[in-house]
Design a protein around this ligand. Structure first.
Ligand SMILES: *[C@@H]1O[C@H](CO)[C@@H](O)[C@H](O)[C@H]1NC(C)=O
Ligand SMILES: *[C@@H]1O[C@H](CO)[C@@H](O)[C@H](O)[C@H]1NC(C)=O
Ligand SMILES: *[C@@H]1O[C@H](CO)[C@@H](O)[C@H](O)[C@H]1NC(C)=O
Length: 285
C-alpha cells in the first residue's frame, strides 16, 4: 500500500468510526437495566427520548396539561402518539408544544444546561389521517413532529441520538424489550408523572391474550406488560424498544398507545406503519 492508499484507508476508517459514533440506537452510557420494577435511566443512556409538553385551547381556556413521550428517529423527526396531540377530545385544539431532548431530568423544563428544547406548532405536526376512536379504543395512534430545524447530530452525539426503527427482517431480542417514559409509577398515583426518566423491561403478550383486555386490538399493535411491569399514564408516545439481535443496537418496535391499570399496554406497531412514517418524511423534506 502506498502512502496515498494508507491515507485513504486511514480516512476511510475515520469515516467508519465517525459513522459508528452516529449510528442509531447506540448510547455511550453502559448500563445494565434492572429487571424488577421501574428503574431510573442514567442521563443520556436513551439519547432518543424526548419529553413533550403540549398546550391546548380548551373550553376552560388555554391549558398545558398534556405530558407525553416521543422518540427521535432522525435529525428532524420525532415519533409520538396521536392522542398526545389530541384529536379525539372535543373542544380541544392543539396550539403549540415543546420537545425537550438531551436530558433524563425534566424538572427544570429546558433550563437544564445540556438539554435542548424545541418549539413546534400545528404545521409541524403530522397526524395519521385515519386515526380514530372505536368503542373508546384508538386506532392508528401514530403521529410525527417535524422539528423546525434539523439537529446537528454530530455536535450533540453524546446526548442526543436517534433510535433505529424496526425494519422487515430485523430480528430483535424479544426478551430484552423496555418501555421508557416520564409517566406515573402506578395507576393510582395521580398527577402528571415523574421528573426523571424511568424504564422497565416488559414481556410481550400474544394477541388472543391481549384481546381479553383490549377487544379491538389488532396486528397493527403489539401488546406488552405484566401486572408488575408496564407503561402508565404519561408514558404515551414513548418507545417500546428492544435490542437488535445482530449488533445490540436499540430498535423501536412500538409507540406506547393505550394502557389498562398500568398492567398491559398496547403499542402502535412500527413495522406496520413504517411505510406511513417514511412517506411523511419523504413528502415533507
Ligand atoms: C380558543 O378558542 C376560543 C373558542 O373557540 C377562541 O375564541 C380563541 O380565539 C382560541 N384561542 C386561541 C389562542 O386559539
Ligand atoms: C363543546 O363545546 C360546545 C359548544 O361550546 C358544547 O355545546 C359542548 O358541550 C362541548 N363538548 C364537550 C365534550 O365539552
Ligand atoms: C389520507 O391517507 C390516504 C391513504 O394514504 C390518502 O390517500 C389521502 O390522500 C390522505 N388524506 C389526507 C387528507 O391527507
Amino acid at each position: 500500500m502506498n502512502k496515498k492508499g494508507l491515507l485513504f484507508a486511514t480516512l476511510m476508517s475515520l469515516v467508519a468510526l465517525l459513522h459508528a459514533d452516529l449510528k442509531c440506537g447506540t448510547s455511550k452510557i453502559n448500563f445494565e437495566p434492572r429487571i424488577i420494577g421501574g428503574h431510573v435511566v442514567p442521563n443520556h443512556a436513551y439519547p432518543w427520548m424526548a419529553f413533550l409538553v403540549n398546550t391546548f385551547n380548551t373550553t376552560e381556556g388555554i391549558t398545558r396539561r398534556n405530558y407525553c413521550g416521543a422518540t427521535l428517529i432522525d435529525k428532524q423527526w420525532l415519533l409520538t402518539a396521536v392522542h398526545c396531540l389530541d384529536r379525539f377530545t372535543d373542544n380541544r385544539t392543539f396550539l403549540h408544544g415543546v420537545a425537550l431532548l438531551g436530558t433524563n431530568d425534566v424538572s427544570k423544563l429546558g433550563r437544564n444546561p445540556k438539554s435542548i428544547s424545541i418549539n413546534y406548532g400545528p404545521k409541524d405536526v403530522f397526524i395519521h389521517n385515519d386515526s380514530t376512536r372505536i368503542h373508546n379504543y384508538i386506532i392508528n395512534d401514530v403521529a410525527m413532529i417535524k422539528l423546525p430545524e434539523p439537529l446537528k447530530l454530530d455536535e450533540i452525539k453524546n446526548y442526543v441520538k436517534p433510535i433505529c426503527l424496526q425494519e422487515p427482517g430485523v430480528k430483535i431480542n424479544a426478551k430484552n424489550c423496555y418501555v421508557a417514559g416520564w409517566g406515573r409509577v402506578y395507576a393510582e398515583e395521580g398527577g402528571l408523572g415523574q421528573k426523571i426518566l424511568l424504564s422497565t423491561r416488559v414481556p410481550f403478550v400474544k394477541l388472543p391474550e391481549c384481546k381479553k383486555t383490549f377487544p379491538y386490538v389488532t396486528e397493527k399493535e403489539v401488546c406488552a406488560g405484566s401486572s408488575t411491569h408496564s407503561a402508565c399514564a404519561g408514558d404515551s408516545g414513548g418507545p417500546l424498544q428492544c435490542t437488535n439481535k445482530k449488533d445490540g443496537s436499540w430498535t423501536m418496535v412500538g409507540i406506547a398507545s393505550q394502557g389498562r391499570d398500568c398492567k398491559l399496554t398496547t403499542y402502535t406497531r412500527i413495522l406496520y406503519y413504517l411505510e406511513w412514517i417514511n412517506n411523511i418524511r419523504k413528502n415533507n423534506p
